[in-house]
Design a binder for this molecule. Sequence first.
Ligand SMILES: NC(=O)C1=CN([C@@H]2O[C@H](COP(=O)(O)OP(=O)(O)OC[C@H]3O[C@@H](n4cnc5c(N)ncnc54)[C@H](O)[C@@H]3O)[C@@H](O)[C@H]2O)[C@@H](O)CC1
Ligand SMILES: Nc1ncnc2c1ncn2[C@@H]1O[C@H](COP(=O)(O)OP(=O)(O)O)[C@@H](O)[C@H]1O
Ligand SMILES: [K+]
Length: 509
Amino acid sequence: MGIELLSPAQMAEADRLAITRGPFDGPALMQNAGSAVAREILSRYPQAQTVHVLAGPGNNGGDGFVAARLLAEAGVDVRVHCEGHPRPGSDAEGALAEMRLPLLGFDAFAPQASDVIVDALFGAGLVREIGAPHAPVIERANASGAPIVAVDLPSGLSGETGLVLGIAIRADLTVTFFRLKPGHLLYPGRDLCGETILVDIGIPADVLADIGSRTFRSVPELWRTHIPWPDSGSHKYARGHVGVFSGGPSATGAARLAAISAARAGAGAVTVLSPRQAVQVNAMHLTSVMLKRTDTPEEAVMFAADRKMTSALIGPGFGVGERCTEFVLALARLAAGRPFGLVLDADAITSFENAPHRLFEALAAIGSETGRGCAVLTPHEGEFRRLFPDLADAAGLSKLERARRAAERSHAVVVLKGPDTVIAAADGRAAINTNATPFLATAGSGDVLAGIVAGLLAQGMPAFEAAAAGVWLHAEAGARFGPGLIAEDLPGLLPAVLAGLRDSQGSSS
Ligand SMILES: NC(=O)C1=CN([C@@H]2O[C@H](COP(=O)(O)OP(=O)(O)OC[C@H]3O[C@@H](n4cnc5c(N)ncnc54)[C@H](O)[C@@H]3O)[C@@H](O)[C@H]2O)[C@@H](O)CC1
Ligand SMILES: Nc1ncnc2c1ncn2[C@@H]1O[C@H](COP(=O)(O)OP(=O)(O)O)[C@@H](O)[C@H]1O
Ligand SMILES: [K+]
């Protein structure tokens, strides 16, 4: 299954290019799409009394007409509900002409819980809020208790944003074609789709080269080849040295959680840089992770240079304020002159709430040329709002687009966290992560994630790939553990997840 995600407009372009190039013309693609829907219904709901097909005015409705015809040919009792006629000359009109079943109005739509509903009202062509006569039909479908199979997208869901335009079908199964759209993966869209299956309807993959999508599902295929594995020539500093900044005596746990996570992610050496008052408490809890008293940004920069530090994480438990901004700006200057990965999380983000441009200017100076450093920001929604209030409040802007614009503005890779974490780079690439579990919503979980990313950056992994891989590894570890997960469990789960990745090197997902 391809990893590129296409916006509805890009999907329309894929259809157009496919039709131009062949081997399938529009009606043949529609036949393939509708027959995939009929096939799924026959195999999943063999007992269904009646299948109700809700058909809209565009080609999504056309897929519905094809499915209706094939189901009727297979002996199913099919009722097609439609208002208005498809556009003259459209593929949908051709599909309707071939169907030869009576057309019922929406008023006659009265499904029983034992029936099946095919939602072919709107797909990629949805452009505005759903109103009459479709909204009441959607309401009735959702309330019926009957399983709903959505064609391409649950009607009312924006394939671009994952947001609902007025009201949307809540599907049990969504059958979509060629490539997923962001709306299948971003919430609430992902919930509305139910199970999503992707079907090959004969659109050749080479149309992708013309479309040039820069949005991906974050699966190992996207970043696996960049994962750093040690070889016989490796020594501990060749595997990277991570510095993790600790907070004061009552806020040291976050740094230690991150530090051990960086080590588990493969960094050869990890040091906790601690203010004087917290050295004792850190010392009592560290073993393989080293400890260095660090009270000023100058000391931090000197230590980083002396001890060949290749990445740093600051923010978790550090404390909000001017002291934090000074450390961050000093580290950004360091990263501007050498290969050095800087991860900013939690308090390092919040500290710039009143002057985000100071941060963005410092990160811009890092640049993105080879041999120079890079920066990764890992905000949750609340932290994101502090740096990018206008993007956070922009109505109708998808999580994908918010992260992408934030990356461009901040000159950093932005990891916008949540159940559908988006990883975006300043060059326009973006990926949506899909393997998370709600059990990750536990204190300290974000510290672990930031530590993993710092650990991968320290080993020279490029920032976008390191961030995407870090998010996936973190989620995979959480999903394997499940109920009862606390943040302390996560670092210890990484070895098995990493081993699985290494063993599956060369396979496709
Ligand atoms: N040949 C092709 O282009 C193929 C298209 N396919 C299907 O075609 C679909 C896309 O077809 P279309 O581009 O015709 O789009 P849709 O069928 O999703 O809807 C477009 C129609 O709905 C109207 N509309 C949009 N939003 C509305 C709203 N809120 N209220 C009322 N009317 C609204 C538009 O004016 C237009 O008439 C895909 O989702 C897929 O199901 C597949 O059959 C594969 C091949
Ligand atoms: N409902 C959820 N489903 C999946 N992952 C989640 C969910 N809620 C939070 N997470 C993940 O858990 C982590 C929490 O990070 P964060 O909010 O910084 O917490 P903390 O500061 O307590 O460590 C992030 O990686 C986030 O993506
Ligand atoms: K639909």
